[in-house]
Design a binder for this molecule. Structure first.
Ligand SMILES: [Zn+2]
Length: 135
């Protein structure tokens, strides 16, 4: 029997979900499929620069699972860049974070993920330094 897989939390679905090498028709290209949660892992860790622990918390998964997802994402992206494949971003095992899972800055409106166990009222806004509120 297949063990049920845990749902990963992502902040939003990507606006762009296809990348392809120029001038080669899609029908002639191999493609890799990057899952939504794999893109989220790359975003949190490599683009936003969060540490592994914070990333795992945001996605509500263990650090081991986070690392596995991140490695898989990097491998797929590397494969596409090096071997000239298209990247399609879709699917996976995820759900979008609910509004109640955000902290919001009452001063400037900056929004950030609420991390369970850390009250919004103890989280400082990254933009203006005010304490955040639960939304
Ligand atoms: Zn603020």
């Amino acid at each position: 029997m297949v063990r049920p897989r845990k749902i990963r939390i992502v902040q939003n679905e990507p606006e762009v979900n296809y990348f392809k090498p120029r001038r080669i028709p899609l029908s002639d290209l191999e493609k890799v499929i990057l899952k939504i949660e794999e893109l989220e892992a790359i975003k949190l860790k490599d683009l936003n620069g969060l540490n592994q622990k914070a990333c795992a918390k945001k996605m509500k998964i263990s650090r081991g699972t986070f690392q596995r997802i991140l490695n898989s994402a990097k491998k797929k992206i590397s494969d596409a860049l090096i071997n000239g494949k298209a990247i399609q971003i879709k699917g996976g095992n995820y759900r979008i974070a609910q509004k109640s899972e955000y902290c919001v800055c009452p001063i400037c409106g900056y929004k950030e993920y609420h991390i369970r166990g850390i009250p919004c009222s103890k989280t400082k806004c990254k933009k203006c330094g005010s304490f955040m509120r639960r939304k």
